[in-house]
Each structure stands twice: as C-alpha cells, then as structure tokens.
Design a protein around this ligand. Structure first.
Ligand code: AMP
Ligand code: MN
Ligand code: MN
Ligand code: MN
Length: 283
C-alpha cells in the first residue's frame, strides 16, 4: 500500500493547493492519501473531494503543534470527523497566537537589519491565520538574505537566533484528546526530529500513550533510513501503529515527493489497518 499520510497545502505552509496535491499524489501512485495542514482543517473538504474525483481513497488529517517539556512536538491526527466542534475549536485556539508571534519574529529580524519581514512572510501565506516560520524563510530567500530555506532556519529562525520567538502551543493531552474524541487516531510525527534525551523521549511516548495516542511515524521524509529503522523498533517496543508520510511542502522545497517513500518494515502494523471504516472511498 503506497499510503502517504503527511503533507501540507497552501492552507498551511505548503505551496500547492489541495487539488494540485491530490493530482500529484495520484500521479505518483499514492493509493491512500491524507492532507495534514498545521493546526488547520480548512483544506479537508477540498482535499477529500479532489481525491474522490480522482479515485483516490482519503483519510482526514491535520498536524497539531504541541509544547512538551519546553519543546515543540508535532502530533498528526488521522481519520477524525472534520466537523467535530471540540477539534475545530482546539485547532483554532492553537493557531490563534500565530499572528502576534509573527509580529514578534519580524521585530527580532528588524533588529538585525531585516525589514518588512512580517508583510513579506504574510504575502507567502495562503492562509493569513497560519503564518509560519516557513513563510519567513521563503521571504528571506526571495530577498537574497539566504540562499535556501534551511540556511534561514539555521541562521535566523531556530532557538537563540534573531527571528526565533518561543511559543506555547497546545498541551499534549489536549491535542491527543481532540483527535481521539473526534474518532481519529493520534500519531507522533517525525520523532527523530526532536532533541530529547532518552528519558524525555520515553516520557513523550509514555504520556502520549497514557492520553490515548496510538501511532508513530516511522517512514517519513523527515527521517533517514537509520532513523526509520530505529523508530520501527520503538513502535514495536511501545506497541504503536506505524505511519508513513512524505511531509511534502512543495516542489523544489521538499526533497521527498508525495508517495516517494520506502515501505514500512513488514514487522509493523500500519496505522491504516485500524482506520478501515474512516477511509473515504471514492465514488
Ligand atoms: P512553525 O509552525 O511556524 O514553527 O513552522 C514550522 C515549520 O517550519 C515546519 O513544519 C517545517 O515546515 C518548517 N521547518 C522547521 N525546521 C526547518 C528547517 N530546519 N528547514 C526547513 N524548514 C523547516
Ligand atoms: Mn511545515
Ligand atoms: Mn512537523
Ligand atoms: Mn509536517
């Protein structure tokens, strides 16, 4: 099964519209797809309808920003009811502080001589409620401050750098509950990306499971093959379902394209086996 259960549209910080992503997923041989915009499900209906028109089975998705032990952790939700009020309100609250954060980021960048970055980033944001560091990164590349977005993150947008603003996102318990009570499955996104100690990582997994979280991303565009191997073992150790997703944000920006991922290791139980009745079948 070529499932791709993690990607972003212009409704968050991707560059393609949901319809274009659906076409790209289909063309790349994806046979189960989920759009997982950050803190936002405003693109779900468009994605589901576009997938349906292409004969592509679809799962609802989102990627919730969480603060855990002072670090930002991402929790993917799959197969939830997109009309669930608690989930909708929780996502709205989570993304609510982004504008003020972006203004503070721009003030920090102005101090090192980078002007007008709020307006510049906003021009890249397809959804003004979802202004993200990614949009600042695109603006700083456009204006020649850096040559690519990873250089922008390294020099300006990560902890201790001029455009970094600490932010409190959702609580882990809340994010997992919103997803679960909307009928979906919560999944820890790209676990190798967090800079946790072994004890902190164990706390993340144990608390996540304690709150009813059931899955972990193993094969993702954000993991090396060694990291996928390691988190395959972690999935087995904790008895978690395994997910697979490119984390595609757009052509020319993401090195892993939609559907272009290795298979999940055969010893794992794929998350979609627990989501049969949540898959939107076309036609
Ligand atoms: P935000 O939610 O505003 O903090 O933005 C987080 C987003 O920035 C992530 O979802 C990625 O799309 C992007 N991002 C984070 N770190 C990097 C990096 N080192 N290089 C490129 N993009 C990154
Ligand atoms: Mn992103
Ligand atoms: Mn993420
Ligand atoms: Mn993502």
């Amino acid at each position: 099964m070529n499932a791709d259960l993690h990607c972003h549209s212009a409704v968050s910080d991707g560059t393609l519209q949901p319809e274009a992503l659906a076409r790209r997923a289909k063309a790349n041989g994806v046979d189960l797809w989920a759009l997982t915009d950050h803190d936002e499900i405003g693109g779900q209906q468009r994605a589901r309808e576009a997938a349906g028109a292409l004969g592509l089975p679809y799962l609802s998705g989102t990627e919730i920003s969480v603060t855990f032990l002072g670090t930002t952790v991402h929790i993917v939700g799959l197969g939830f009811d997109p009309d669930d009020t608690q989930l909708r309100d929780g996502l709205a609250a989570t993304r609510g502080g982004r504008r003020e954060r972006a203004l503070e980021m721009a003030a920090g960048l102005a101090k090192v001589g980078i002007r007008d970055s709020f307006e510049g980033a906003l021009a890249y944001a397809g959804n003004p409620e979802l202004i993200a560091r990614t949009h600042f990164a695109r603006y700083l590349v456009e204006t020649g401050v850096c040559s690519d977005t990873s250089e922008v993150f390294r020099k300006y947008l990560t902890e201790g750098k001029p455009g970094f603003v600490p932010h409190r996102w959702a609580a882990l318990a809340d994010a997992v509950r919103w997803i679960r009570e909307a009928g979906g499955i919560a999944v820890i996104a790209h676990p190798a990306r967090y800079r946790f100690t072994a004890n902190e990582e164990a706390a993340l997994f144990n608390e996540f499971i304690g709150h009813g979280g059931r899955g972990v991303e193993v094969v993702t565009g954000s993991h090396t093959s060694a990291e996928a191997t390691r988190y395959a073992d972690v999935a087995l150790e904790y008895g978690l379902l395994a997910s697979r997703g490119s984390d595609f944000h757009g052509p020319g920006e993401s090195h892993t394209d939609l559907g272009a991922l290795p298979a999940l290791p055969a010893k794992l139980t794929p998350v979609w086996t627990a989501l049969h009745d949540r898959i939107v079948q076309p036609g």
